[in-house]
Write a protein that binds this ligand. Structure first.
Ligand SMILES: *Cc1c(COP(=O)(O)O)cnc(C)c1O
Length: 246
């Protein structure tokens, strides 16, 4: 165990308390929110400590790091339950073949082409992958995701989103759980709320146009997860508040 063991379990308790408090404010069941501990650039010991403290879901975002770290964790589990691994970062099509065998959940599917590729790989391995479609609702140019900033005002944007999400959903061996977004860094609270509320409303719009239920919204990180929960997040991706600065 690492020297940080007590601080990691204390940090997890604190994050779980803040999740519960946000759920109270939003009149939601705390069990409706899943914590994904983002362990990118952190050592295997830290992941084992978090597993021992009861965290089940872990997020990583790089191919090479995952290829070495995930098998290392698997080899050191002893009596701990195996983690459920979430790929939270952007995936290039040519990387998909390395990632599909390692991860169960993909948060940043952002093109029909990538979904087709992942579906084919999942079929070959006879696996089902949980996916989220990443939508760029903040409009920042450096952000990945399907274009969605002007969806409330521009019907062409909605039509394109409906078409793309419809094609992605139709791929075999992929199970679309919902939408994911990243809020701008250091934005004022009102702006964060607008971004999160926009993704939540877009989910409803897609549900009604596609006649489907999309149960999940993956949104909220260390600096903003309580706000994201108040605006409807069901999955929060928290790194620094658990493992410290990177
Ligand atoms: C790094 C990362 C996180 C976690 O960020 P923290 O600020 O450490 O909580 C969440 N989501 C994505 C997509 C990330 O890349």
């Amino acid at each position: 165990m690492s020297d940080d063991v007590s601080s990691i379990s204390d940090n997890i308790k604190r994050v779980q308390e803040r999740i519960a408090e946000a759920c109270v404010r939003a009149h939601r069941d705390p069990d409706s929110v899943t914590l994904v501990a983002v362990s990118k650039r952190k050592p295997t010991d830290a992941i084992l400590d978090a597993l021992a403290a009861g965290v089940q879901h872990f997020g990583e975002n790089r191919v090479q790091e995952s290829q070495t770290k995930l098998p290392q964790v698997a080899a050191q589990l002893n009596d701990l339950p195996p983690p459920i691994w979430h790929m939270i970062g952007h995936v290039q099509s040519r990387q998909a073949k390395y990632l599909v065998p390692l991860f169960s959940v993909f948060h940043a599917v952002d093109s029909v082409r990538l979904a087709q590729k992942m579906s084919k790989l999942a079929q070959e391995e006879q696996r089902q992958l949980d996916i989220f479609v990443q939508v760029n609702v903040s409009g920042e140019v450096q952000k990945y995701g399907l274009h969605g900033a002007d969806w409330r005002k521009n019907s062409a944007t909605v039509d394109q989103l409906v078409a793309d999400v419809g094609h992605i959903m139709a791929q075999p061996n992929l199970h679309l759980r919902g939408l994911m977004t990243m809020a701008p860094y250091d934005a004022p609270e009102a702006e964060l709320r607008t971004v999160f509320a926009s993704l939540a409303a877009l989910k409803s719009e897609l549900e009604s146009q596609l006649s489907v239920t999309l149960p999940d919204l993956s949104m909220g990180m260390t600096d903003d997860y309580p706000i994201a929960i108040e605006e409807g997040a069901t999955v929060v991706r928290v790194g620094r508040a658990i493992f410290g600065e990177r």
